[in-house]
Design a protein around this ligand. Structure first.
Ligand code: MN
Length: 228
C-alpha cells in the first residue's frame, strides 16, 4: 500500500454467484435508448442510429436490495437492464471477439431522477444529476459466463408491487452486447472491472417510497429492491 494523505477510497465490489470472491468495479457505462419501444416512449425515433452512452459512478452500484429515494426529485423512474461485466478490455475490439472479454452478467436498475434529467436535456447539459446519484444502480450478483453463457435472448420483466411494468425480450436490443463493447472500445480503452448497463425496454415509470421492485431475466434469477 502506498503512503496516502487520506484513506484510499473504497473500491466497489459486486458479489459473484457460486463463489465467495468478489468482482471489483472500475467504470460503469450505460447505453441510452437501446429498445425501440422505449425510444418511442421517450419521444425519439426508433431507427438504428449510432448508440450513445453515459456513465454512472462505480460506487453507484448497490447490491444491498434497498433503494433510498434520492434528494431533489419528485419523479424517480425505474429502468430495468441487463448488466454486463468485463474481465478484460482494450481498444478497437472487433465485434467477433467482444464476448471474449465478458466475465459475466447480472440484473440492474438504472434509477433516474427523470425530472432533473428532463431539465438537463432541455438545456443541452450533461445528465449526471439525473443519473449518477448515490445508490442509483441497484444490482444483483454477477453470474459468470461459465455458468450462464452469453444471454442474447430471454424474457425480461420488472414488476412493482407485483404489477408488471416493463416486459421485453433481450433479443429486442437494438445494439447487441458484442456491438456495444466494440463501439465503446472505439471511444474508450475498456478494461477488466468495467460494467455496462445494456439499456431498458419500454414501461419506465415512477416509484414511490415503500414500493417493491422485482426484476427477472430468464437465466439470471431475480433482483428484489425496496424503495425506502
Ligand atoms: Mn437506462
Amino acid at each position: 500500500m502506498p503512503d496516502t494523505v487520506i484513506d484510499p477510497p473504497r473500491v466497489p465490489y459486486l458479489p459473484v454467484v457460486g463463489t465467495g470472491a468478489l468482482f471489483p468495479v472500475r467504470r460503469v457505462y450505460c447505453i441510452g435508448r437501446n429498445y425501440a419501444a422505449h425510444a418511442v416512449e421517450m419521444g425519439h425515433d426508433p431507427d438504428r442510429e449510432d448508440p450513445f452512452f453515459f456513465q454512472k459512478n462505480p460506487d453507484n452500484l448497490d447490491p444491498s436490495g434497498v433503494f433510498p429515494y434520492p434528494s431533489r426529485s419528485q419523479d424517480v423512474h425505474h429502468e430495468a437492464e441487463m448488466m454486463v461485466a468485463l474481465k478484460s478490455g482494450g481498444r478497437d475490439i472487433p465485434v467477433g471477439h467482444a464476448l471474449d472479454h465478458v466475465f459475466g452478467y447480472g440484473l440492474s436498475l438504472d434509477m433516474t431522477r427523470r425530472d432533473l434529467q428532463g431539465i438537463q436535456k432541455k438545456m443541452g447539459r450533461p445528465w449526471e444529476i439525473g443519473k449518477a446519484f448515490e445508490r442509483s444502480a441497484p444490482c444483483g450478483p454477477l453470474h459468470p459466463v461459465s455458468q450462464v453463457g452469453h444471454p442474447d435472448k430471454g424474457r425480461l420483466e420488472l414488476t412493482v408491487n407485483g404489477e408488471t411494468r416493463q416486459e421485453a425480450d433481450l433479443d429486442q436490443m437494438i445494439w447487441k452486447v458484442p456491438e456495444m463493447i466494440a463501439y465503446l472500445s472505439e471511444y474508450f480503452e475498456l478494461a477488466a472491472g468495467d460494467v455496462i448497463l445494456s439499456g431498458t425496454p419500454a414501461g419506465v415509470a415512477a416509484v414511490q417510497r415503500g414500493d417493491k421492485m422485482a426484476l427477472r431475466i430468464e437465466g439470471l434469477g431475480t433482483l428484489e429492491v425496496t424503495v425506502t
